[in-house]
Design a protein around this ligand. Sequence first.
Ligand SMILES: NC(=O)c1ccc[n+]([C@@H]2O[C@H](COP(=O)([O-])OP(=O)(O)OC[C@H]3O[C@@H](n4cnc5c(N)ncnc54)[C@H](O)[C@@H]3O)[C@@H](O)[C@H]2O)c1
Ligand SMILES: [Zn+2]
Length: 369
Amino acid sequence: MPQKISVALGERSYPIYTGTGLLKKLGEFIEKHGLKGEAVIVTQREIWAHWRAVIHESLSSRGIVYQVHLPKAGGQSEKMKSSAELFRLIKTCSKVDGRGRGLFLIALGGGVVGDVTGFAAAIYRRGVPCVQVPTTLTAQVDSAIGGKNAIDLPEGKNLLGAIYQPRFVLSDPETLKTLPDRLLRDGLAEVVKYGVITDPGLFVFLEKKRDQILARGRGELERIIASSARTKAKVVSRDEFDKKEVRIVLNFGHTIGHAIEAASGYGKYTHGEAISIGMMCAIELSASLGVLKEFSLPRRLEKLLIAFGLPVKLDKKISVEKMMRAIGYDKKNVDGTNRFVLIEKLGKTVIHRAVPQRLIYDHIQKRRG
Ligand SMILES: NC(=O)c1ccc[n+]([C@@H]2O[C@H](COP(=O)([O-])OP(=O)(O)OC[C@H]3O[C@@H](n4cnc5c(N)ncnc54)[C@H](O)[C@@H]3O)[C@@H](O)[C@H]2O)c1
Ligand SMILES: [Zn+2]
């Protein structure tokens, strides 16, 4: 069943439409949202090859004219989040703009396409409308929702960005059928996170239906995407600009996860794999600090992550010292003290300030093996 989930942000509010087969209705939604002018579809070759016929039919049947923008080089997807690629996209925008009909952007892809498109939409002419059509599980449950957009600089990941909300998000689980297994599992780590931080029902569903989810059962994917999107939408609605210590709960497993990514040089682990290990460290820290009241939870979490093919142990070759340094520079740090998202029980988080560095070190060490 298609669902409409609202991201409530006053005049910047927008819906997330999610359901199997919805991609066919892209043109209809564009019309419904009153988007005028030429569409710039930002995507990547493999994705476009798969979905061009469906999208062409949907847009042209409504008389929507579009131009497709692809990255210059193939290869690693993340390269599309560079300033060079951003400016290529801005050039495409100005070319389309020059035809005088006005324009809006459509991001058709994973988090990389979503981020570069959202950022271009935020800065071109101080903002043009943007639509997010996420095609990875990560993007459907996380990056396409909430308006955070960023590109990478040589100095670091996601350093140049803006918070800019799309007009709507259209997420069709059918697009996930071509996703490689490793990327599906990558997104599942974020889904598990939503279960742990706010949604015990989702967590139990994941435990019960893990095989059907891995087999990409239609109903199961719809259920986990809708539940996750609902949590993300709710959290973002309460803290759009990440200023109120609400949005930080989404960072469960990420402080250590980001450190793993940084210390291993971005590439050995996917983001989801790194936060899988990060979540295990954080839940064990919760127990050590006496915050966790549900003693069976670390074992349940570990079992679920393993079932989804996610790592729960850290490669011995990764330096814990390097990770500690990365945590020191973590963007969630305030005034040199860390803020950790800990778990009290399934669905309930606690923000802990200044967790002793020694304890963090010991828990990372414990997970090496
Ligand atoms: N803005 C946010 O709030 C936010 C949140 C999380 C992650 N991110 C960003 O998102 C990026 C990661 O996103 P991602 O994991 O979606 O990776 P990605 O966008 O790089 O996509 C991964 C690969 O999958 C391919 N792909 C996409 N959809 C496909 C499909 N349906 N079938 C087959 N292949 C497909 C892509 O071409 C790419 O090669 C990172 O840059 C990260 O910083 C942003
Ligand atoms: Zn994440």
